[in-house]
Design a protein around this ligand. Structure first.
Ligand code: DX5
Ligand code: ZN
Length: 213
């Protein structure tokens, strides 16, 4: 299991320190939640802060857009050369065009599905993306309760991926901990995002990441 801690649960007064801590603690990606106050009822960070995150990080960035006007934000973050940029399918009128645009910038495109969205809705996009992120909470906030329908959605997505694009990764985001990660691994998840579990673990960040792995 690869682990992408969400810096949404970091101490923003000591952001560089908290980014360094997850990288030294063995994470695979640094998950960056970009919220615009429109697509979701929360507002987080823009390119100035993400640039500072990028400088502190020794692992690749995984940028999760929760915004309206996806293309505008893709172009804003592209100069930081993240590994992935993922966008919500619910918000995008022309997802295939945006996938191609992200790829043309040298960034790996990923799609995000909210908890109500069936994996079959993206069947005809799967051959063009490198990752699908299944939300296991409603986007907007860290520390929410895990919505367990993601296990069934993962199994259905895995079946489609095996048929269409076996290299495509499955990522799950929201309420992940050392208990529910087992069912996620069995269902075929490749990458878990975890914010509060990693940053608030009583035995520290490295122990939390190791427990998820
Ligand atoms: C929610 C974000 C998540 C969140 C995860 O909108 O996309 O990345 O911060 O935090 P936890 O693991 O605390 O649910
Ligand atoms: Zn996220």
């Amino acid at each position: 299991m690869q682990v992408a801690p969400s810096i949404l649960s970091a101490d923003f007064g000591h952001l560089a320190r908290d980014v360094e801590a997850i990288c030294e603690g063995g994470c695979d990606f640094v998950h960056v939640d970009v919220m615009d106050g429109h697509f979701v009822p929360n507002l987080t960070i823009g390119p100035v802060v993400v640039s500072a995150v990028s400088k502190a990080a020794t692992k690749p960035l995984d940028i999760h857009l929760m915004v309206e006007n996806n293309t505008f934000f893709v172009d804003l973050f592209a100069p930081l050369k993240p590994e992935f940029i993922s966008f919500h399918i619910e918000e995008e009128k022309h997802p295939h065009r945006l996938v191609q645009h992200i790829r043309s910038l040298g960034i790996r495109p990923a799609l995000v599905l909210n908890p109500h969205m069936p994996p079959e809705s993206i069947e005809f996009l799967l051959e063009d993306v490198d990752m699908v992120l299944l939300m296991s909470v409603n986007p907007g906030f860290g520390g929410q309760k895990f919505i367990s329908n993601v296990v069934e959605r993962t199994k259905r997505l895995k079946a489609l991926i095996e048929k269409i694009n076996p290299n495509c990764l499955i990522e799950v985001d929201g309420g992940v901990n050392d208990v529910n990660v087992k069912a996620l691994a069995e269902a075929g998840v490749d990458v878990v995002v975890a914010g509060s579990f990693v940053y608030k673990h009583p035995k520290g960040i490295a122990t939390a990441i190791a427990a998820l792995k």
